[in-house]
Every structure is written in C-alpha cells, then in structure tokens.
Design a protein around this ligand. Structure first.
Ligand code: 5GP
Ligand code: MN
Length: 336
C-alpha cells in the first residue's frame, strides 16, 4: 500500500510512468488517460499511455493521441515500458481481466499500481486507490486527483481540460444522467475556464460519423429492432455479416443502443452484436433497473446500473434467446 504523502513524494521527481485503461477504450477511458498524461508530462515525468486494444476514430483528435501505444500492435515495447515503470495508473477499470493479456503483465510488474475508477466491486490489485462509484466518469476522479489530492489546480491547462471534459461529457451522456450532479457541472465550468471548448469537443465526438455508420444505423432501426412490450424491453441485434456489409469499424456501433432506449415506455435496451471472437452485449436501462446485475450474473460482465456490458460464448441466436429467457425474472421491475 502507498499513502497519499508517499505518492506525492514519488511524483515530486521525474518517474517512468505507464497509464492504461480498459478494452476498447471509450471517451472516458481515453479522456481520463490523456488528461492524466498531459498533467504528468507537464510535471516532467516520462509517461506512456498503453491501451489494450484500438479505440474509436472519433477519439483520435484528442491532444497527444499520437503518443498512445496500442498493446496488440506493439506487445514487446509495451511490456518493456511496464517492466521499467515505477508507477502504473489504471484508469476507468478495476479488474485486470478488463485489459485482456495486458492484465497479467501489469499484475506481475514491480511498479506501484494506482487505480482511478468509478465502477462497482474493485479487485484488490492496486497500491493506491482513488475510487468512487458516485463519480460520473473516471475523468471526474482524475480532475479531483490533480486538483484536490495533489493540490495542483494551477497546473490545469487546455490539453488536460479538453481531455477531462471529453471523459465527463461522454460518460454523463452530455451532462444529462443523474450522475451529472451540480458538482460535475461546476467541474465542467472550471474545465471550460481552463480552455476546454465544449462546443468543439461535442462536435468532434458526436458529429464525426462516417457515412457507413449512418447507413448501418438506418439498417439497425428499420430491420433489426425488436420491441418486447410485455417486458418494456427493446433489442437491436447485429450479425457479423452486417458488420462486414457496412464496413463497420471500432466506434461505429457506439451509442446505437440508446436509440432503443429512446422509445416511450422502454426500460431496458440491449444491443447484441456478433463479433469475431464472441457475442458482445451492451445494456442500457432507465431508473432503478440494474442492467449491471444482468451482465454480471449471466454475461461475464458488469458496469453501472444504467449502462453495462458483457459477452456470451454462445452464438448470436442463442444469446438473444438467453437474454429473452431472463426477462420474466425481472418482470416486476420492468413493468414498474
Ligand atoms: P458499453 O455497453 O458501452 O460497451 O459499456 C457500458 C459500460 O458497461 C462500460 O462503461 C463498462 O462499465 C461496462 N462494461 C461493458 N462491457 C463490459 C465487460 O465486458 N465487462 C465488465 N465488467 N464491464 C463491462
Ligand atoms: Mn468511465
């Protein structure tokens, strides 16, 4: 274990640092990682962000994106960086299985491991933890870590602010989920004052789609949406053939599940997609419905109450049938 004062002492001199985040990083994963990166390089540290996989093109504009190393594309280099690191920051995840093969590399390394995260049920692999499930985003906790734990508010700059704003915006549904408290709005305002151009960030993330994505979305809504009124549930499922036909790349499927949830009366929405290795599920829910419970109990996953994910080793058809077979158990909650 590492105390805050020991961590501060370590960070007072230049260190070799690795920052990593979860499989298929989203806006919060990349925003929190590159936000912390921009802060740590300003302090004079030698830092590398290593992601376990690639991530959506609509995040490639983030400041210092060119410095990110993707583990699957440079395993040896990444493993050397982890072996040489004095500190490894683990952002927006809390179980090492969320970073695939890289998880065991990090478990076995001698660096101090610092977890900054907002998911339930953290695994005990870290030496220092800045964790709260009440935070709307890991980026909110990185802000808090820099400003309140390390007392470095004066080091906030445009790059840090831009990245952290991106993380908070994407994970809070553009400041609209219940997790977007008045504190989150105040942090947002502070980040805008520090140089985050909120209108530009929103445009770069949400108005940056390819034509393929829009046509694919059209197909999902016209041909692939199934509404089960009996359980206030909507499902969109996608086959591997469709992914190929529409030339879908990482990021193109992001957010599609929300269209299913936007239907009047729908409490639970599922996006079920046939990836090459496994069938992936994304669940979204409204109110008290625990989407994460379904993912944890039945689909090897987890997440937040209203946004969760997991996967199945069954084929697409059987996964959809399995998902439907679970609904009666939740009927009371779904019809509330
Ligand atoms: P998405 O549906 O956008 O892939 O993920 C929504 C949320 O669900 C993520 O922020 C993450 O918390 C959680 N999540 C998604 N996939 C997995 C998974 O395979 N395992 C776990 N533990 N959580 C997941
Ligand atoms: Mn997050």
């Amino acid at each position: 274990m590492l105390s805050l004062s020991e961590l501060k002492t370590l960070l007072a001199t230049p260190q070799k640092i690795v920052i990593t985040t979860h499989h298929k990083p989203d806006g919060d994963a990349m925003g929190s990682s590159l936000g912390l990166y921009a802060y740590l390089i300003q302090k004079g540290h030698h830092v590398k962000v290593i992601t376990p996989t690639d991530y959506p093109y609509f995040l490639h504009w983030l400041p210092n994106n060119a410095d990110v190393l993707i583990y699957t594309e440079a395993k040896e280099q990444a493993e050397q960086l982890v072996a040489d690191a004095a500190l490894v920051f683990c952002l927006d995840f809390n179980t090492l299985s969320r970073i695939n093969e890289l998880g065991e590399v990090i478990r076995g390394c001698s660096a101090y491991k610092i977890m900054i995260d907002h998911h339930l049920d953290p695994e005990d692999f870290d030496d220092y933890r800045h964790w709260s499930i009440n935070a709307c985003a890991a980026a909110q906790l990185v802000y808090d870590f820099i400003v309140n734990e390390l007392d470095d508010a004066e080091m906030m700059n445009k790059d840090i602010a831009t990245c952290l704003y991106t993380g908070i915006m994407t994970d809070s549904g553009s400041f609209r989920f219940p997790s977007a408290t008045s504190t989150v709005y105040r942090i947002g305002a502070d980040l805008i004052d520090a140089g985050a151009e909120h209108w530009r960030i929103h445009q770069l993330v949400y108005d940056n789609a390819t034509e393929n994505r829009l046509r694919f979305l059209g197909n999902c809504l016209t041909n692939k949406l199934e509404i089960i009124r009996e359980y206030n549930t909507a499902i969109i499922s996608v086959t591997a053939e469709e992914l190929k036909r529409f030339s879908i790349v990482t990021g193109d499927t992001e957010g599609i599940v929300n269209y299913a949830l936007s239907i009047n009366g729908i409490k639970l929405a599922a996006f079920i997609i046939e990836r090459t290795d496994k069938v992936k599920l994304s669940l979204r829910s409204t109110g008290d419905f625990p989407a994460n419970e379904i993912c944890k109990r039945y689909f090897n996953g987890g997440g937040h109450r209203n946004a969760a994910g997991g996967y199945s080793d069954q084929n697409l058809e059987d996964t959809i049938a399995h998902f439907k077979s679970i609904l009666p158990e939740y009927k009371t909650l779904l019809l509330q």
